[in-house]
Ligand binder design. Structure first.
Ligand code: GLC
Length: 462
């Protein structure tokens, strides 16, 4: 009892000190802020790329022979105009044939009607997916904002179609479900004349005021920046902004940011580290064992913005997605899985279906995912790994992504208190000198708790 009281006292003092800590506008100081623990506990989030690019909703696909980054449909405007991009010819061909060569990108705004957008439907989809947070593009590289930003006068979703605060309506619905929510925000804007003429003026009069407005208006839990690669963080005044965010802003306690704050910062500075379709930036990492909390983002298909050009085979299967989640979590990361809604405000049913399958799996096995940490003694995870480990408190979770009838051996464990999540029967095992051998039970279609991956929970193993 005395010990507990002392511990509570120490924790209280510690949290007071943390609360009072002021962050200076230097990377050393900014990097010293711990990532709020809610993030590492959440594990699974939904990324949403939505904007004017959703109107043409098109990008080249694998069969056009371009690499992954050239398939992004949200790059439509750039692909159309930048002759240096590998996807340029494909975008131009599609655009000219479909809309005519005189049709301007800006005119897509007429068809960004979002007439079927029901934020509570979306929130239900996310909740049923088992996601714990949501990140929406408040502004992608096209510069069009999904909130009434006065800096983006006449280039936002309230001044133009759909005449609605999409960012605000969604955050209200998502929070209503008890999920966290934040925003993606592109630092640069491809075609903003102020950005092109005078980056300093753009940063001072457009970018920083926009980010402050976004934070102050909606109190987001995540600010997910991107489009940082043109300039070093000094030009973007990133550390000044972050010191405001951490010291002054309404989101200062819970906000999570990423590492995209200047051309030199990925995998080095900021909050969480980000990977994208497994592209790794952590200089200290080998095979995604990051030195900070991190998050992999990717689409269900090979684009972030919806691509109507994608066929079924361009989409990951539910099994692949569950395996990706398990792989990231066992390595200590999060998965931010992207959906690209349509311009009419609906979520493509194939994406809904994938998310539902993940939710069904998580309902049975979420105990092995949420709130867990990677196991320090885990054998190295590689491309062919089929046995993954996570931990929570004293419990160890053994996740197998392929059902095997033969015994599973776990080293470094001294208890036999095992169950198969979602299964009521006994699980047989033997224990010899820290080596636990689990005999998988015989399952029938009626007793099989789930598809894609199965979890043995070993209570008190650690
Ligand atoms: C990128 C892209 C992009 C996408 C993203 C997500 O760097 O430019 O379109 O929004 O990052 O990670």
């Amino acid at each position: 009892m005395k010990k507990t009281l002392a511990l509570i006292f120490i924790l209280l003092i510690f949290s007071q000190l943390q609360a009072q800590k002021r962050y200076e506008a230097t990377w050393e100081s900014i990097d010293s802020r711990p990532v709020p623990t809610w993030f590492e506990d959440a594990k699974f989030g939904i990324f949403i790329h939505w904007g004017l690019f959703s109107v043409p909703g098109w990008g080249p696909t694998a069969k056009d022979g371009v690499g992954i980054y050239d398939r992004y449909a949200e790059w439509y405007w750039k692909g159309l105009t930048d002759e240096k991009r590998a996807s340029h010819a494909a975008f131009q061909k599609f655009h000219n044939a479909t809309y005519g060569k005189d049709f301007k990108y800006q005119d897509f705004s007429k068809d960004f009607k979002c007439e079927l957008f029901d934020p509570s439907d979306w929130a239900n989809v996310f909740e049923n997916a088992g996601a714990k947070y949501v990140v929406l593009t408040s502004k992608h590289h096209e510069g069009f904002t999904l909130w009434p930003s006065k800096e983006s006068w006449n280039w936002n979703a309230v001044d133009l179609n759909p005449h609605r605060d999409l960012a605000g309506d969604l955050i209200t619905a998502v929070r209503g479900k008890g999920l966290r929510m934040g925003y993606y925000y592109s630092l640069y804007e491809w075609f903003n004349p102020v950005y092109k003429a005078n980056v300093n003026s753009y940063v001072d009069n457009h970018m920083i005021p926009q980010m402050k407005d976004l934070v102050t208006r909606y109190k987001p839990d995540v600010l997910w920046t991107d489009g940082e690669w043109d300039y070093p963080s000094e030009t973007w005044k990133s550390t000044e902004f972050l010191s405001w965010l951490y010291n002054e802003s309404v989101s200062k306690n819970d906000i999570v940011v990423n590492d995209r704050w200047g051309k030199e910062t990925r995998g080095k500075h900021g909050g969480i580290y980000t990977t994208e379709y497994d592209l790794v930036h952590d200089a200290n990492s080998t095979g995604m064992e990051m030195s900070r909390p991190w998050e992999e983002c990717r689409g269900i298909g090979s684009s972030f913005g919806v691509s109507r050009h994608e066929m079924l085979d361009d989409y990951s299967t539910s099994e692949q997605l569950v395996h990706i989640l398990v792989d990231k979590v066992a390595r200590g990361g999060n998965l931010l899985l992207n959906i690209g809604p349509n311009a009419d405000g609906t979520i493509p049913v194939i994406m809904q279906q994938r998310l539902r399958d993940m939710g069904t799996w998580l309902k049975v096995n979420g105990d092995a995912i949420y709130g867990t940490r990677k196991w320090a003694k885990s054998p190295k995870v590689g491309k062919d790994t089929k046995l993954f480990f996570t931990t929570k408190g004293k419990d160890l979770y053994v996740i197998t992504t392929k059902w095997e009838d033969f015994p599973i051996v776990v080293e470094g464990v001294n208890t036999q208190n095992i169950k198969l999540l979602g299964f009521n029967g006994m699980v047989k095992s033997t224990l010899k000198g820290g080596k636990l051998t689990i005999t998988p039970p015989t399952l029938s279609p009626a007793t099989n708790p789930c598809s894609y991956a199965w979890v043995y929970k070993i209570e008190g193993a650690l």
